[in-house]
Design a protein around this ligand. Structure first.
Ligand SMILES: Nc1nc2c(ncn2[C@@H]2O[C@H](COP(=O)(O)OP(=O)(O)OP(=O)(O)O)[C@@H](O)[C@H]2O)c(=O)[nH]1
Ligand SMILES: [Mg+2]
Length: 195
C-alpha cells in the first residue's frame, strides 16, 4: 500500500480536495518536527513530500495517494513564529475544518520532536482533536537525536500526559533518519485503513 505513493494535488481550500471517499490520514505537528520526512519514509520515497531545514516549508494541504483508495495528507506546521498571523490563522482554519468535516478521515497523526514533546501548541491540538471520533496517533520523531534513556523518558512523559487527560491516543517512536520504528508504525497505519 505505502509502496505505490505519488503526489496528487496541493489544496488551499477544502473544496479542491479529491472526492471524499476511500480513506485518508492527516499528518499534523509543529513546524520542522518532520511531518513531510515521515510521509517520505513511510512511502520509501525521499522526494515525495518536500522537506526543509527551514520551518514553514509545507504551506497547504498536500495530498498523496497510496493505492487507489487511500491518501496521506501533509499539513502545514503549526506554531511557527515567522509566518504572518493571518496566514497561520488560515492554515489553522483549513486544518480544523478538514478534521471536522472530512468523512474519509481514518486517523489524525500528530508528530512531535522527541526532544521536546507536548509544547503548548501540541497540547492545544491534542485537546481539540482527541474529542473527535477519529483515532489519534502520536508519533515522537527524531529518536536518533536522543539516547535510549532519554527516548524512554520522553515516551513516558507523553503517555502519562495522555492518560491524565483521557486522550485515547496510540503512541509511536520513530526516526526518519535511521528508520527506527518506521516499519511498525506503517503496519499500524495500514490497519487503520482496513478497520
Ligand atoms: N535528526 C533527524 N532529523 C530529522 C528527522 N526527521 C526529519 N528531520 C529533519 O528535520 C527537518 C524538518 O523536516 P520536515 O520533514 O521538512 O519537517 P515538517 O514537519 O514537514 O516541517 P514544515 O513543513 O515546515 O511544517 C529537516 O531538516 C529534516 O531532515 C529525524 O528523524 N532525525
Ligand atoms: Mg512539511
Amino acid at each position: 500500500m505505502f509502496t505505490d505513493a505519488h503526489f496528487i494535488t496541493s489544496c488551499y481550500q477544502l473544496s479542491t480536495l479529491p472526492p471524499d471517499h476511500g480513506g485518508e490520514l492527516i499528518f499534523l505537528g509543529r513546524s520542522n518536527v518532520g511531518k513531510s520526512s515521515l510521509i517520505n519514509k513511510l512511502c520509501g520515497k525521499k522526494l515525495l513530500a518536500r522537506t526543509s531545514k527551514t520551518p514553514g516549508r509545507t504551506q497547504c494541504l498536500n495530498v498523496f495517494s497510496i493505492g487507489s483508495e487511500a491518501r496521506l495528507i501533509d499539513a502545514p506546521g503549526y506554531g511557527f513564529a515567522k509566518v504572518p498571523l493571518t496566514v497561520k490563522q488560515q492554515w489553522q482554519k483549513l486544518i480544523v475544518s478538514y478534521c471536522q468535516t472530512r468523512q474519509c478521515l481514518r486517523a489524525i497523526v500528530i508528530v512531535m520532536d522527541v526532544r521536546h514533546p507536548l509544547q503548548p501548541f501540541d497540547q492545544e491540538w491534542l485537546s481539540s482533536v482527541s474529542t473527535a471520533e477519529i483515532p489519534v496517533v502520536v508519533v515522537l520523531n527524531k529518536l536518533d537525536c536522543l539516547g535510549r534513556m532519554q527516548q524512554k523518558k520522553s515516551m513516558m512523559q507523553v503517555e502519562h500526559y495522555c492518560r491524565q487527560h483521557n486522550y485515547p491516543v496510540r503512541l509511536a517512536g520513530v526516526s526518519c533518519r535511521s528508520g527506527d520504528g518506521v516499519d511498525s508504525l506503517r503496519q499500524h497505519l495500514k490497519d487503520l485503513f482496513v478497520d
